[in-house]
Design a protein around this ligand. Structure first.
Ligand SMILES: *Cc1c(COP(=O)(O)O)cnc(C)c1O
Length: 420
């Protein structure tokens, strides 16, 4: 049907048909997970008695804000946590992770990262980039890490040794933009179990960005004490305009609440303005929206593999985040993919992204994002550094039908490049 609306060549229509057939069993599995999570979410809305009153905002201090408190409780139930903060006042995933780390750690404590160097934006938060903007290290918190082994397996022996003296064992579930795999819940459990065997008091914290709803449960059932994520990724369902969440053990969430607002004030403060309806609606839609992003990822992997490109993960592999990397081989292909994704986006389709310098990067970067929410990566987006081995990172897709068309059009551009 795509060819009725867009200029898709016959070869590509055939490729699309073939890929849809191959992907069917993987789509079925995604649907099953999504159904389970959607019912879990619906049950939590009913159990928490969410009402029209919850959708109305407050101003000022926000004392007794029913919508805010209800959303915290609702989200805790959904992810299987004792307690949660699910709030628009978290400005980004990085801010959420920062509040959690500063909330839990004290001078003299050690933060140990079990999954290699954390996501780029955390370097400045910890202080491993040498900057001095009030990072953890400046407050007397020590940092240590160990790398993942080949094939992204955790180094359990080293983790056991290092956790003996650490306060926090930090795990990053998604690959972010590193050359590693996203971690399965079973792998997270093996790290958490090892950490707790070495040190029963250790706090296991999981950067859950991009991981939510990829499976039926979240990491809290697999040994995590605290999980953190961004609401402009999976759990905001493409509707939450901003925000993040921290969920897990009640005493730890309490510490984080005191860091989010002010020590001694904690969770009682923070008006909800006019965002509550979108926050609740986003949380409600999130399992379905994540399923669309997962299908887009499987579809993209299969399309590009059929054209002779390596992808990570491959289409038949289990997914623990919504990112697909495509080894596009040449700068022309990387640019073609990003430009085609932009051209097939609902917003700013007329814009043509070009590679450009970005602060903090040593090569030019090209980014495609035609999203309703600025910076949202649950919506279809694609970015790539213009350097060897020319990998394009694609993520999101709130509507599989629309994203499928965009991916197919990007493939057509690459196909044309190859047959020039
Ligand atoms: C996106 C992401 C972050 C940071 O989130 P921002 O909203 O970009 O600040 C941290 N860790 C991982 C693994 C992520 O994917």
């Amino acid at each position: 049907m795509i060819e009725k609306f867009f200029d898709i060549k016959q070869e590509m229509v055939k490729l699309d048909e073939e890929v849809m057939e191959i992907c069917k069993p993987y789509f079925d599995k995604i649907d099953e997970i999504s159904e389970y999570n959607q019912l879990k979410v619906l049950k939590a809305f009913i159990d928490n008695g969410i009402s029209a009153q919850h959708l109305v905002g407050t101003t000022g201090y926000g004392y007794g804000d029913k919508g805010r408190d209800g959303l915290d409780k609702l989200f805790a139930d959904i992810v299987g946590a004792e307690d949660a903060l699910c709030r628009h006042s978290f400005m980004s995933g990085t801010h959420t992770l920062t509040v959690a780390l500063f909330g839990v750690l004290r001078a003299g404590d050690t933060m140990f990262c079990a999954t290699g160097t954390p996501y780029d934006t955390l370097h400045g938060v910890i202080g491993i980039d040498g900057s001095k903007c009030g990072n953890l290290m400046e407050y007397g918190i020590k940092y240590d890490q160990c790398d993942l082994l080949i094939n992204s397996e955790p180094d359990l022996k080293t983790i056991f040794e290092k956790c003996k003296t650490a306060k926090v064992c930090y795990i990053q579930r998604s690959r972010g933009y590193a050359k590693r795999k996203a971690l399965s819940l079973e792998t997270i459990k093996s790290i958490a179990d090892t950490a707790k065997k070495a040190n029963p008091n250790i706090i296991v914290m999981v950067d859950n960005c991009y991981g939510e709803y990829t499976h039926k449960e979240e990491a809290l059932k697999y040994g995590a004490d605290l999980i953190m994520g961004s609401l402009i990724k999976n759990p905001g369902g493409g509707i939450a305009p901003t925000g993040g969440y921290i969920a897990g053990r009640k005493d730890l969430v309490e510490l984080c609440a005191n860091r989010l607002t002010a020590p001694g004030t904690g969770r009682e403060l923070g008006c909800s303005l006019d965002v509550m309806r979108e926050m609740y609606l986003g949380v409600y839609f999130a399992p379905m929206i994540t399923a669309n992003a997962l299908k887009t990822s499987v579809y993209a992997s299969c399309v590009y593999e059929k054209l002779g490109f390596e992808t990570e993960p491959r289409y038949m592999e289990d997914r623990n985040d919504i990112i697909t990397s495509i080894s596009a081989k040449t700068p022309e292909n990387v640019i073609a993919i990003c430009q085609a994704i932009q051209t097939a986006s609902p917003i700013d389709s007329y814009a043509l992204p070009e590679p450009s310098e970005m602060p903090g990067y040593d090569s030019k970067i090209i980014m495609a994002a035609g999203a309703f929410t600025m910076g949202s990566s649950i919506e279809l987006s694609c970015d790539a550094p213009l350097r060897e081995p020319y990998i394009a990172y694609m993520q999101g897709g709130t509507s599989f039908t629309a994203s499928r068309a965009a991916v197919l059009m990007s493939a057509q551009k690459v196909y044309e490049n190859m047959n020039k």
